[in-house]
Design a protein around this ligand. Structure first.
Ligand code: SF4
Length: 438
């Protein structure tokens, strides 16, 4: 399709970097802005040629859940906002990247070897509590990890799709290889509370995100005790990302227990890609149930509170853009993850997406959020490193009147929402039982 990229001129020419026999097409002729750089780094990865460049700073590379968090966590400073990114380093394509990270004195920079542009970056702050143990003797990092500025906790023992015969796991996923090896399989509520308290006190965490693979239709039931415990004993905004339930009343119960946000990973809009690459979700859940739960929770919690999650760079980008329109049209925000061919997954040998395609997708995301009035970056202190956040795409917008009006609206919303988020992040007395069904 014709590229809608208008924000910068890109020069098409042969370049010295040849990936798997294919020549690069776009080479920036002027330095990228932080969001463009973030997108390109997700697509190309980065080389850490000299291990002393990083020293002991920053966060260790952590391989958990679907394998996405296995990269190098960096912050790209910028005039509108700082951008957090978890950049691929381990995958084969990253070893051939035109980007490398180098140290100059105390400073770190990302150098683009194609034309010599360099960009200052910082490593994400270290997490001093990772190596400490909970009172029960479990290493805290095995309970939860920071991804950007939020605490991510994989609540339960792996994903049922991996244990089917034949296996029905999503083809891009490595959860079955990681949980129980790099993480504790079944998290104890007391451990989770302790880690959430520590993350709040020492790392300023304001958002705790519970996530799990397929739990044979008991997904929401399993999440409920954790939601209630963290909301009532720690105080935090709480997000829940589980396979959807047909029992929509369970979402109401989870909201009563403290859930502020639901996200639904349906991955692909194109039904053929969904069926082929997410066989468990196709056979045991169905794409329609994702849409139904997203629409329901989004209506209940209000504009911008829920999200639909998709992967860009595998299905045609027209499908990805249709997904963005559908999600934003429901009042939810589109969480678009750039496909990463993680080591050990069935799609390990697939190519990483092309920068120019992803730029089109994220420009479209910005426009869809603006047109549908979806709040971006209104919630305080939530930076997500695994994706290009909707708020990051502000760097891609033109300077039209529509952009300025949207900026003004977001700024007013941010101010107005502050007291609410302060209230929502405090420990609360929660009535009712965390047992959803017998
Ligand atoms: S639902 Fe899919 S992506 Fe999620 S853990 Fe299971 S196999 Fe992985």
């Amino acid at each position: 399709m014709a590229s809608k990229v208008k924000s910068k001129e890109y020069k098409r020419e042969a370049v010295p970097y040849v990936e798997d026999g294919k020549q690069d097409t776009f080479v920036p002729t002027e330095p990228l802005n932080p969001c463009e750089l973030e997108i390109d780094l997700f697509c190309r990865g980065i080389r850490v040629d000299d291990s002393s460049a990083l020293g002991e700073e920053g966060r260790p590379l952590v391989r958990t859940r679907a394998g996405l968090g296995s990269g190098l966590e960096v912050i790209i400073p910028g005039p509108l906002k700082d951008v957090w990114a978890n950049i691929p380093v381990e995958e084969e394509f990253a070893h051939k990247s035109c980007y490398r990270i180098v140290r100059e004195g105390k400073a770190l920079k990302v150098v683009d070897d194609r034309q010599g542009f360099s960009y200052p970056v910082r490593l994400s702050p270290e997490v001093p509590w990772y190596t400490r143990n909970t009172t029960r003797g479990v290493q805290m990092q095995r309970i939860g990890v920071l991804q950007g500025t939020y605490l991510g906790i994989y609540i339960s023992n792996s994903c049922g799709f991996w244990y089917h015969s034949p296996a029905l796991n999503c083809k891009f996923c490595t959860t079955g290889l990681n949980v129980g090896v790099n993480e504790v399989e079944l998290k104890d509520v007391e451990d989770v509370v302790e880690v959430a308290q520590t993350a709040k006190a020492e790392s300023g965490v304001t958002f705790t995100h519970f996530n799990s693979g397929y739990q044979t239709n008991r997904d929401l039931d399993r999440a409920a005790p954790y939601v209630k415990a963290v909301k009532s004993r720690v105080g935090s905004l709480i997000g829940v990302q589980l396979t959807p339930s047909r029992d929509l009343w369970k979402y109401d119960r989870l909201m009563d227990l403290g859930a502020d946000h639901f996200s639904f990973c349906y991955e692909f809009q194109n039904p053929e890609f969904f069926a082929k690459l997410c066989p468990g979700k196709e056979k045991l859940i169905g794409q329609d149930n994702f849409f139904r739960a997203l629409e329901y929770t989004s209506k209940k919690l209000g504009k911008g509170a829920c999200s639909g999650e998709i992967i860009a760079g595998v299905e045609p980008i027209e499908d990805t853009m249709a997904a963005i329109d559908m999600i934003a049209g429901m009042g939810a925000f589109p969480t678009v993850c750039i496909f990463r061919p993680t080591i050990g997954s069935d799609m390990e040998r697939w190519p990483s997406p092309r920068y120019e395609d992803m730029l089109v997708v994220y420009l479209h995301l910005y426009e869809a959020c603006r047109k549908n009035g979806i709040p971006m970056d209104v919630t305080p202190n939530i930076e997500v490193s695994l994706i290009v956040q909707p708020g990051d795409t502000r760097y891609l917008a033109d300077s039209s009147l529509a952009t300025k009006l949207y900026d003004m609206k977001l700024s007013l919303m941010k101010k107005a929402a502050k007291p609410y988020f302060w209230w929502a992040g405090r420990p609360k007395h929660i009535k009712g039982s965390e047992i959803l069904s017998e």
